[in-house]
Design a protein around this ligand. Structure first.
Ligand code: NCD
Length: 313
């Protein structure tokens, strides 16, 4: 049996991601089959950075698999505030739980925890680096809404510099055929060179960069809106200047195709007008549900691989 962690979306092959989507579809169809499959097992959620939805999504996922949850929600009241290292925390929690999901403000922290832990670790976001389970939610949403994951024009709009969900999503989409990426951001918030060169250029992805959302809208099959990541800015002035760069309104959306899927990892601040919530193209609340199902599929897979849960469903 092997302990396997998921830190980056590249820790999963395309076949494995497709398998997780099949499991999620099966969970949606047959929830009863999975309701007790992780009985007696424990997920520890270690969140060193504020989060409601991602932590609760992991917790709901484990409960719906019949397992239990140990939760550390506030780094300020945990041993981290006494100076305990991430490695030591991971070793200690390995004695209590069967699997860890962890969010941390520092890039690389989840990898440090995974190297120290004796149980699987799932990265629930490490600084501006990556966020693989949000990407699993995004992929299932695109697959279920568009019926496919290839031959799509995907626009990513907003804070492409600090938005970790964008970095993981581009990485995942690079494995599917005939994807065209349209990067829509102000100059200061463009995609970091390391993602542009190592993912887009290296995989010869078709890609256009623009700061003009209205110009890009008519060609998009999927529009992925993002929040300007206030907490990663060095000064308040820059944040205030850039925070409302793009606001998707019904008027703007009227320039999009009638079946463009609008996604957002949430939380939304101002990027999407609430007037769009009832438009059939708005997929961001369904995306939240799909995220829970993909986390269920991933927790189950890693617990089966580590031997904590029997293989057959
Ligand atoms: C995203 C994150 O944490 O990176 N949110 C999430 O996972 N629900 C996006 C964001 O915070 O803007």
């Amino acid at each position: 049996m092997m302990k396997r962690s998921v830190i980056d979306i590249t820790d999963l092959s395309r076949e494995e991601i497709d398998g997780l989507m099949r499991t999620a579809d099966d969970i949606i169809e047959n929830p009863g089959k999975y309701a007790h499959i992780c009985a007696g097992k424990k997920l520890a959620t270690l969140f060193f950075e504020p989060s409601t939805r991602t932590r609760m999504s992991f917790e709901a996922a484990m409960y719906e698999l019949g397992g239990a949850v140990l939760s550390m929600t506030d780094a300020a009241t945990s041993s981290a505030s006494k100076g305990e290292s991430v490695s030591d925390t991971a070793k200690v929690i390995s004695c209590y739980a069967d699997i860890i999901s962890m969010r941390h403000p520092k890039e690389g922290a989840a990898l440090v925890a995974a190297n120290a832990a004796s149980i699987p670790v799932i990265n629930a976001g490490d600084g501006g680096h990556c966020h693989p389970t949000q990407t699993l939610a995004d992929l299932l949403t695109i697959k279920r809404e568009k019926g496919r994951l290839g031959s799509l024009t995907v626009g990513l709009c907003g804070d492409l510099k600090f938005g970790r969900t964008v970095h993981s999503l581009i990485q995942a989409l690079s494995r599917y055929e005939d994807i065209r990426i349209v990067l829509i951001s102000p100059d200061e918030l463009r995609l970091p060179d390391y993602v542009y060169n190592d993912v887009i250029v290296k995989n010869k992805m078709k890609c256009t960069q623009t700061s003009d959302l209205l110009w890009a809208l008519p060609m998009l099959d999927v529009l992925y809106m993002t929040r300007v990541q206030k907490e990663r800015f060095f000064n308040e002035e820059d944040y205030l200047r850039l925070k409302d760069s793009y606001i998707l309104t019904p008027e703007k959306l009227s320039h999009a195709k009638p079946d463009t899927a609008v996604l957002h990892p949430l939380p939304r601040v101002n990027e999407i007008s609430v007037a769009i919530d009832d438009d059939p193209r708005a997929c961001y609340f369904k995306q939240v549900k799909y995220g829970k199902y993909m986390r269920m599929a991933l927790i189950l897979k890693l617990l089966q691989e580590s031997g904590a849960v029997k293989e057959d469903v």
